[in-house]
Design a protein around this ligand. Structure first.
Ligand code: EPZ
Length: 432
């Protein structure tokens, strides 16, 4: 188990290349199961979540080769339709195997995903969708056993849940529908760029999907899909995380390459509203950010895309902790996603959390302290706070960060940060 030692206060400047999107890569890797022909996917970030998915695909019987950012997958007939608890428990997102397995093999056995620290992660919408296409769902020994012996038949499915649309639920239904008989219409679909990237990948395989990125997606089932090549979109949450680093009070300005301006609108708009400098190049693939003269506090209400992303509220909370005035963060999607606040308070932040809302009163400065990472984005918030804190911060349980940030310590060092990854004897103490 590793920890990251961050020496705060060092000035940041320079340029960073943003990696391919983890959250676009995961369903696209799973979608490779939909054909027996080879697919090549480029700019797949080398993070533990994508490596878990690659491991699971290999264990199912697919042949998977990774060379730097490109992954080649071939899924011959006869691959397994069940993944074990051991394989799946490490990554909730493996639920996105459900759609491709049902489309290709008409059956699947997958462990019910456990919860996680950001909240209960139900799959009722995923199951409602696959049942609507004619599948039978049983729960046995902690597994979902799903069968559609007569194949899947297209229909109209409204995917809206109490907390709005579901990203992976929309992905699963799209992947199940591409080989179903007839047409499937997804109402209240998630509009995230990662859903659009998956739809583009599936259409390159010969699927017939229209409307991805809007609330209504139409999928005309086809007989078979073929291999293809695809490059994954930039990771908008990694980019947002580095944009926040670039406007912290230790930054002299950062340039981020390989971004997509359109995907970053709500994040960029909030930083400008809070008084910071955000300047894109002509085609929106690169952005320069730096702290404003008079930073202002802000208000975040997370919403499904194109609203402000829940995956970026923790990072902004670290910035708000050092911004004069009172800021408010309300997470409507994961109301429990505030584990980072108690750790930030250990560094001197002034934050009150109450039923899904954090009230942050900016303080003069934060001080380094030993802190515990708890989930992917909360850990990123701790790194950001540590960069601006006075003194040294030890961030334990670094594996949370390694799930979704490719070479974060190397990228930060290149920008002038003083960070060191070391083996963590103390970090393994206590429950996971
Ligand atoms: C995706 O998770 C992302 N993960 C999450 O990013 C992100 O936070 C989330 O979307 C919301 O944007 C990946 O893409 C791999 P949801 P997903 O289904 O699809 C409720 C990160 O940090 N819901 O869109 O699993 C659910 O409880 C990760 O990179 C149901 O009620 O999330 C939540 O309140 C964390 N029933 C809301 O919908 C269901 O069957 C949105 O969840 C499914 C979801």
């Amino acid at each position: 188990m590793d920890k990251l030692i961050v020496e705060g206060g060092h000035r940041l400047s320079g340029t960073v290349n943003i990696s391919g999107s983890k959250n676009a890569s995961l369903p696209i890797l799973a979608a490779a199961l939909l054909t027996d022909e080879p697919v090549r996917i480029s700019r797949v970030p080398d993070v533990s979540d994508t490596n878990y998915m690659i491991q699971i695909l290999s264990q199912l019987g697919a042949s998977v080769e990774r060379s730097s950012g490109t992954v080649r997958i071939e899924s011959p007939d006869g691959i397994s339709s069940s993944a074990s608890y051991e394989q799946v428990r490490k990554m909730r997102a493996s639920i996105c195997l459900l759609g491709p397995m049902m489309a290709r093999m008409k059956r699947c056995t997958l462990p019910l995903p456990g919860g996680c620290v950001i909240g209960d992660r139900p799959v009722d919408l995923h199951l409602r969708a696959i049942q609507a296409l004619g599948a039978r769902v049983r729960v046995k020994g902690g597994n979902m056993v799903i069968e559609a012996p007569n194949g899947l038949v297209g229909t109209t499915v409204d995917m809206r849940g109490d907390s709005g649309p579901t990203v992976l639920g929309t992905d699963n239904l799209m992947m199940a529908a591409v080989l179903a008989k007839g047409t499937t219409i997804i109402e209240s679909a998630a509009r995230e760029p990662e859903v659009v990237d998956l739809a583009n990948f599936l259409n390159k395989m010969g699927a017939r999907i229209e409307g991805a990125g809007s609330r209504t997606i139409t999928i005309h089932g086809v007989e078979k899909l073929h291999g293809c090549e695809h490059t994954v979109i930039p990771d908008r949450i990694e980019a947002g995380t580095f944009m926040v680093a670039g406007v912290m009070n230790v930054s002299d300005g950062l340039t981020l390459n390989r971004v997509c301006r359109e995907h970053m609108k709500s994040i960029s708009d909030l930083l400008v509203e809070c008084g910071h400098v955000v300047e894109y190049n002509e085609d929106g693939t690169s952005v320069f950010v730096k702290p404003g003269e008079r930073p202002r506090s802000g208000k975040i209400l997370t919403n499904p895309y194109p609203g402000y992303p829940t995956d970026m509220q923790a990072q902004m909370t670290a910035l708000f902790a050092l911004t004069p005035g009172i800021s408010v963060v309300k997470d409507t999607i994961f109301p429990q996603r505030f584990m980072h606040c108690s750790e930030l308070k250990r560094m001197g932040a002034n934050i009150k959390v109450d039923s899904g809302t954090a009230i942050i009163t900016g303080v003069e400065g934060l001080s380094g302290a030993p802190v515990m990472a708890s989930d992917l984005r909360a850990s990123a918030a701790l790194v950001l706070a540590a960069l601006a804190a006075e003194g040294t911060t030890d961030i334990h349980r670094l594996y949370h960060i390694d799930r979704g940030y490719e070479m974060l310590d190397d990228k930060l060092e290149l920008l002038g940060a003083r960070v060191k990854r070391v083996l963590d004897e103390a970090g393994s103490v206590g429950e996971d």
